[in-house]
Design a protein around this ligand. Structure first.
Ligand SMILES: Nc1ncnc2c1ncn2[C@@H]1O[C@H](COP(=O)(O)OP(=O)(O)OP(=O)(O)O)[C@@H](O)[C@H]1O
Ligand SMILES: [Mg+2]
Length: 233
């Protein structure tokens, strides 16, 4: 797979949170991680980015073992991450937030910024407004836009639709589908499991740091066990 975590095992110093968890995503594909609160979904993402000391297991990117690389080095290799919380600079304008996303770039990034404004037109309109003045959904667009400023090949999103209305969620998912069309590998954690699996090429159900179910989004949605336990029937 293009980016892959294999047998990820580790935690925050105490007991292991991830217990042999494996997940991955191909380019031009959306992979979704679902599971109950505390299952280790965010922790698995941190492990992929290199923010977690794993005791066992490995992370591969395009055939290269990147397990020992720092988060900065992974970002430089084309991995972008939008965390679950505090994912925008509220005291900066929309445009300044996007510029922050381009901090690693030494080339002209105005074209990329334009693409992001095409993807999220409301951000073009509000480019000079402070991020703190935006709605929750608009802030999430800023966060995703900022991550895209590095022109990543892998985009990791931790609950991009948290706290937004169903309509805004649908719109965000439509934009994520557009990002997939650009051959980006999208790996996301979602609390809105049913809707997320609906657009997922690949889905992972994590429970207590382990893979419980792995299949296509479609197959997971059709699986009676998955439906009963994780999708509310
Ligand atoms: N920084 C941390 N230090 C110590 N323990 C942590 C830390 N972050 C998370 N944990 C623990 O790791 C476990 C998994 O947490 P994680 O945030 O990965 O779950 P999650 O599946 O993302 O949950 P949610 O759906 O609520 O976001 C939990 O038991 C949590 O208490
Ligand atoms: Mg989480």
């Amino acid at each position: 797979m293009f980016m892959e975590g294999l047998n990820l095992t580790g935690g925050y110093g105490g007991a292991d949170i991830l217990k042999g968890c494996s997940l991955g995503v191909e380019k031009g594909e959306i992979a979704v991680i679902v599971g109950p609160n505390g299952a280790g979904k965010s922790t698995a993402m941190k492990a992929m980015l290199g923010m977690l000391d794993i005791r066992e297991g490995s992370v591969m990117l395009d055939g290269e073992d990147i397990t020992k690389l720092s988060p900065q080095d992974r970002i430089a290799k084309g991995v972008a991450f939008v965390p679950q919380t505090a994912n925008v600079f509220t005291g900066m304008s929309v445009e300044e937030n996007l510029e922050m996303g381009a901090f690693l770039r030494t080339d002209d990034f105005s074209g990329t910024m334009n693409e992001i404004y095409d993807l999220f037109p409301i951000l073009r309109e509000k480019r000079n407004q402070m991020a703190r003045e935006l709605s929750g959904g608009q802030r999430q667009q800023v966060a995703v836009g900022r991550a895209l400023m590095t022109q990543p090949s892998v985009l990791m999103l931790d609950e991009p639709t948290a706290g937004v209305s169903p309509i805004v969620m649908d719109e965000l998912f439509d934009r994520i589908l557009e990002i997939r069309e650009k051959d980006v590998a999208v790996l996301m954690v979602e609390q809105n499991a049913r809707q997320a699996l609906n657009i997922a090429d690949r889905g992972y159900v994590l429970v207590t740091g382990e893979n419980r179910f792995t299949d296509t989004g479609e197959a997971l949605l059709a699986n009676p066990e998955v439906r009963a336990s994780f999708l509310g029937g």
